[in-house]
Design a protein around this ligand. Structure first.
Ligand SMILES: Cc1ncc(COP(=O)(O)O)c(C=O)c1O
Length: 378
């Protein structure tokens, strides 16, 4: 029964056009690592300091994955590869430097931030005092002066940068500077754009930010998981926050699969893939604007953009459903200063990581834009 459902989902994935900005298609090798015998092994602890026997190979493997992560991002930061997901990884960073009730700053959800950046419904919003910063109401761009003003007023212990639906470049260096001026640490959550940073297509937070976190299953084309990097003086407390603070045994099959995706991302072809992702996002956004659709920030610098549906008089849920009927899969998404509820916001988010993995052509993108436009208006 489950086997049938897995096959059904594979079929569904092969029959639709996937425009979900946070999804991708992993290679056979990544899948094979995920389904390997590594899933049988318990490995609480870290290489050289474990709580189980039989771990010689596992220690070598985790050490190699750490080395690959440092190589891909050209960094000598400490790396923890064990977090089960991006949410846990962010929580581990908070847990390593914040106490219950401490203040930190993060981008508002509707302006592109992630739930784990302190939204009140999450543990990050319940345990800590989150001050939300917002994008500029007119331009929908990050307003670094405003971030500085809020940081000076509230004196947070940590500022988190990065986003789930922000289509323009982020000045990580500036945010590090603001954080350090007020005595805060800076966590750059690069989950959405880590591939662009690794390949030099987006400015890097490494060298300035105190922590850098990325999920491994979006543009990196790996399994579900996360990498947490930190400056070496923060390494001990970070590792303790992951294990035993938040997790038990690491998922060694997922860590092996992360290693495989890092090896793949170190191939020269990955840089070309990332260039194509941006080019495709620019082309698709331009075609949609040419057809009269309104995009938040009027375009994109990265792999994603948001369509503001208000001029069409339809909601995000309606748009998502209409597109799904013609086999185009997107997600409804809040737009900055959205007055509609999160269950039925005023936008949809579109990303090009998955279609670029499937080698979509420029002609197909022009047709896709037309189909999206006709469907939304139809
Ligand atoms: C910026 C950002 N951080 C963290 C996460 C959380 O990752 P996960 O879904 O693996 O818990 C996401 C996921 O969408 C994200 O976009």
């Amino acid at each position: 029964m489950i086997r049938d459902l897995i096959l059904q989902e594979s079929k569904r994935q092969s029959e639709v056009i996937n425009l979900i900005a946070s999804e991708n298609f992993v290679s056979k090798e990544v899948k094979s690592a995920l389904g390997s015998d590594l899933t049988n092994k318990y490995a609480e602890g870290y290489p050289g300091a474990r709580y189980y026997g039989g771990l010689n190979v596992i220690d070598a493997l985790e050490t190699e994955v750490i080395n690959l992560a440092e190589k891909l991002f050209s960094t000598d930061y400490h790396v923890n590869v064990q977090a089960y997901s991006g949410s846990i990884a962010n929580l581990a960073v908070y847990f390593s430097v914040l106490k219950h009730g401490d203040t930190f700053m993060g981008l508002e959800l509707s302006d592109g931030g992630h739930l784990t950046h302190g939204h009140p419904v999450t543990v990050s919003g319940k345990l800590f005092n989150r001050i939300a910063y917002r994008v500029d109401e007119k331009t929908n761009l990050l307003n670094y002066e405003e971030i500085k003003r809020l940081a000076t007023e509230h004196r947070p212990k940590l500022i988190i940068s990065g986003a789930s639906s922000y289509s323009r470049k982020i000045d990580f260096e500036k945010i590090s500077e603001i954080a350090h001026e007020v005595g805060a640490l800076h966590l750059a959550d690069i989950s959405h754009i880590s591939g662009l940073i690794a390949t030099g297509l987006h400015p890097s937070p490494f060298g300035n930010a105190d922590f850098v976190m990325t999920t491994t299953h979006k543009i990196l084309r790996g399994p579900r998981g996360a990498l947490i990097f930190c400056k070496n003086e923060l390494a001990k407390q970070l590792d303790k926050a992951v294990f035993p603070g938040l997790q038990g045994g690491p998922h060694m099959n997922a860590i092996a699969a992360i290693g495989v995706c890092l090896e793949e991302a170190l191939e020269p072809s990955y840089e070309q893939y990332c260039r194509n992702v941006i080019e495709n996002a620019k082309l698709l956004s331009q075609e949609l604007m040419n057809l009269g659709l309104k995009l938040v920030t009027d375009g994109t610098d990265n792999h994603l953009f948001l369509i503001d549906l208000r001029p069409l008089g339809i909601t995000g849920q309606v748009a998502q459903d209409k597109l799904e009927r013609v086999k185009i899969i997107v997600n409804k998404n809040a737009i900055p200063y959205d007055t509609s509820p999160p269950q039925n916001p005023s936008g949809i988010r579109i990303g090009t990581c998955a279609i670029t993995t499937k080698n979509i052509s420029q002609n197909e993108i022009a047709n896709l834009a037309k189909k999206i436009n006709d469907t939304l208006r139809g």
